[in-house]
Write a protein that binds this ligand. Structure first.
Ligand code: GLA
Length: 377
């Protein structure tokens, strides 16, 4: 009866895609196994798997643990659906994960030098969980917590309350992340946050992509274009020096598409510090309609375009993957996934010339990023 009602409702409103709840049908045995593996309880809260799918057959799986994207199934040039994300096989593995696969990071994604910052003359300290610096919001941050879920017809909304003082950041923050799936194979991520005290906000998704669909292969042959004529060079601890450096004449020039592996081993100090690419690129355009990044992979024919309202992106070439993270029947090796973390620049609170990441009471921080998938011949 419930199923009939849902179908009738969908027909009436003409919904083009829908959320499949765990208890609903039309799933394969593999789907049911996966749902079971990703069902658990943590801190007295239920952890579940959710799926969005569209008419073309693209599907995206989520967990309310870390508001994580678990898998993205998209067609290759022959129409074969494959998962283009690195991911785990169970909720337990997700809980134990150390590489931020597919989760939402914040309230301050990326690094803050020595974990120290001040707001209105008051000093704050976030945990130094990455050498001397603070990374991705601190310890047991929102990527390691169970979020509230609201299922909508072609979208799923995750929300979380970050406590005043949690990980050293001031202000109780209400953060919502809405994932929606469009018929043109776009996964849209809408972020919104409010606070009751002045605080910092920089929230992103940390998915690792491998467009071949087979993460036993490296990502070095993927072609990448980044619409950025500048990047933010870093010191040896990956904190920006404050300079916006021209990419022209360096390994960081992705203004015309080139293979990720082409210059990754160049003898440049920035690549030595990053152990490869692990840098923030400064977009030339802030227009959500202009592709900020375009990645193509010839063997599968898959193409991914990234659109965003954010001023930058951390392009991370999977330099810390070393076989310790496992899933999908393999151990993920060095450079088998890349991340495109759309964001404000690292260490912005300590770099007055960077766009501000300050959020004040009464304001709503909003951000949108779109990952659109298609194929080339
Ligand atoms: C971000 C950082 C990297 C690394 C990964 C997670 O991309 O910039 O240095 O910490 O997260 O391993």
């Amino acid at each position: 009866m419930k199923k009939l009602l849902v179908i009738a409702q969908m027909l009436l409103l003409g919904f083009s895609s829908c959320v499949i709840e765990p208890e609903k049908n039309n799933k394969t045995n593999a789907d049911m196994e996966m749902e079971k593996a990703f069902t658990d309880t943590l801190d007295g809260k239920k952890v579940q798997m959710f799926r969005l799918s569209n008419k073309g057959g693209m599907s995206v799986d989520f967990s309310n643990y870390g508001a994580t994207v678990l898998a993205i199934q998209v067609p290759n040039k022959e129409g074969k659906m494959e998962n283009v994300l690195l991911g785990y096989d169970s909720a337990k593995d997700l809980f134990a994960g150390k590489s931020y696969f597919g989760c939402i990071v914040g309230r301050y994604a990326n690094r803050i030098a020595n974990g120290k910052f001040s707001i209105d003359g008051q000093s704050f300290s976030a945990p130094q969980n990455n050498g001397v610096n603070s990374l991705h919001g601190g310890v047991n941050s929102i990527d390691k917590q169970v979020w509230d879920v609201k299922q909508m017809n072609d979208a799923i909304s995750f929300s979380i309350k970050i406590k005043d003082g949690e990980n050293g950041y001031p202000g109780e923050m209400n953060l919502t992340v809405i994932y929606s799936l469009r018929e043109d194979n776009s996964l849209v991520i809408d972020y919104a946050a409010t606070t009751d005290k002045p605080t910092l906000v920089n929230v992103t998704n940390h998915a690792y992509f491998n467009l071949t669909g087979d993460p036993s292969k490296t990502i070095l042959d993927h072609d990448m274009m980044i619409n950025a004529s500048k990047f933010t060079p870093v010191d040896s601890t990956l904190i920006p020096t404050g300079e916006l450096k021209e990419v022209r004449g360096t390994a960081f020039d992705f203004t015309a598409a080139k293979p990720i592996g082409k210059d990754i081993a160049a003898n440049e100090q920035q690549l030595i510090y990053g152990l490869g690419y692990d840098h923030n690129f400064v977009f030339d355009s802030k227009d959500i309609k202009t592709p900020a990044v375009v990645v193509t992979e010839k063997t599968s024919g898959r193409k991914m375009e990234v659109f965003t309202t954010e001023p930058g992106v951390q392009f991370y070439s999977g330099n810390f993957l070393d076989g310790n993270e496992k899933g999908r029947g393999m151990a993920y090796q060095y450079r088998t996934g890349f991340c495109l973390e759309t964001q404000h620049f690292p260490d912005s609170p300590n770099q007055p010339s960077f766009p501000t990441t300050l959020l004040k009471p009464g304001e709503t921080w909003k951000s949108q990023t779109i990952y659109r998938f298609s194929t080339i011949k």
